[in-house]
Design a protein around this ligand. Structure first.
Ligand SMILES: Cc1cc2nc3c(=O)[nH]c(=O)nc-3n(C[C@H](O)[C@H](O)[C@H](O)COP(=O)(O)OP(=O)(O)OC[C@H]3O[C@@H](n4cnc5c(N)ncnc54)[C@H](O)[C@@H]3O)c2cc1C
Length: 306
């Protein structure tokens, strides 16, 4: 077990799978680490994950986060509810505000995730928690095998997700709710075997454990699941304010060690450009935590000199 908690050396921003994994690694490297937990991680929405390595029977997001949190705390990581604000560089590190006080650290890991753009439908939140409305075909497309699937989108992302879901289903319908010109590759839909419906969106009726009907211009169609392909907004305001380089999709660019373009500022998980998956978030967090530990060892003259 780690010694009694000292001033944190590392601030981890975000207590989702990425932040909690990094906290475990850093604590096991005997680095005093403080995790700012802004609440409601995306992982908390997962009804049951079937692709998380090591859990063949599946597990809920809540269960996963509980296990990860317990593991980090076991080794002395401090997890504090609250949002880190006003991150700024200072000599040899960073300062940030957390719950009205200033936290000074030597390095920061941003594991702040992203916001999903949920469809504007009544009852959408409970429907996501029940897996009727879904966000991520890579996560749970397998469970849509042989089902009637609808995708709601407002851009070419809708076409891409509908095409992806054809791996699993012969009955995929895309509801395009954006302007017509936002679909630039609509000619692909026939070839891909995806039905396109456009116009103003009528609504969704949830009955029992199915999306029973989506009314569209007066007609009704029944689906087993509705996938939302309305995009996301990365939570990278703090990194942006430090001038960190962003990719075209607004997420953070990092190097092979998860270092952003700002020295000492690392990033992992959904806030980073790449695949939004737990396995990826935890792998990136392991890489980032190890890089941070090695950076601090180097600064302290504790690495072998060539
Ligand atoms: C419905 C659903 C089902 C999914 N199913 C699967 C699945 O089966 N398999 C799979 O691999 N992936 C799945 N995913 C994706 C998975 O949840 C994400 O890839 C994963 O949660 C990313 O982890 P993260 O730590 O980067 O971000 P998150 O889990 O989103 O955590 C980020 C945290 O950072 C916090 N934060 C942001 N800013 C601040 C701040 N300034 N201060 C403090 N805290 C802050 C946020 O509040 C949040 O708590 C699913 C996602 C959803 C929505």
């Amino acid at each position: 077990m780690a010694d009694a908690v000292m001033e944190p050396e590392v601030l981890v921003i975000g207590a989702g799978p990425a932040g909690l994994t990094a906290a475990t690694y850093l604590a096991r490297f005997r680095r005093p680490v403080l995790v700012a937990d802004g609440g409601e991680p995306r992982a908390n929405w997962i009804p049951v994950s079937h692709n998380t390595p090591g859990f063949p029977e599946g597990l809920t997001g809540r269960d996963m986060l509980g296990r990860m949190r317990a593991q980090a705390e076991e080794y002395g990581a401090v997890i504090e509810a609250g949002r880190a604000e006003n991150l700024r560089p200072v000599e040899d590190g960073f300062e940030a505000e957390l719950n009205g006080r200033t936290v000074r650290v030597r390095a920061v890991l941003l594991a702040s995730g992203l916001q999903d753009h949920h469809p504007d439908l009544p009852g959408v939140d409970p429907a996501i928690r029940r897996s009727l409305v879904r966000i991520c075909p890579i996560c749970d497309g397998f469970e849509a095998t042989g089902k009637r699937v609808a995708v709601i989108g407002n851009s070419d992302l809708g076409i891409r997700e509908a095409a992806f879901l054809r791996t699993y289903s012969d009955e995929v319908t895309l509801f395009h709710i954006g302007p017509p010109e936002a679909l630039t590759c609509r000619s692909e839909l026939d070839r891909l075997g995806v039905t396109l419906l456009e116009g103003s969106f009528g609504g969704v009726t949830l009955e029992g454990d199915r999306v029973r009907a989506i009314s569209w211009g007066g007609t009704e169609r029944a689906f087993d699941f509705l996938y939302s392909a309305l995009g996301t907004t990365p939570n990278c305001k703090l990194a942006r304010s430090l001038g960190a380089r962003l990719a075209e999709d607004g997420r953070l660019e990092v190097d092979l060690h998860q270092l952003t373009s700002v020295p000492g500022l690392y990033a992992a998980g959904d806030v980073v450009r790449g695949l939004n998956q737990i396995a990826v978030a935890t792998a990136e967090a392991a890489v980032a935590a190890t890089a941070i530990h090695n950076l601090l060892r180097q600064r302290d003259g504790m690495t072998v000199r060539d």
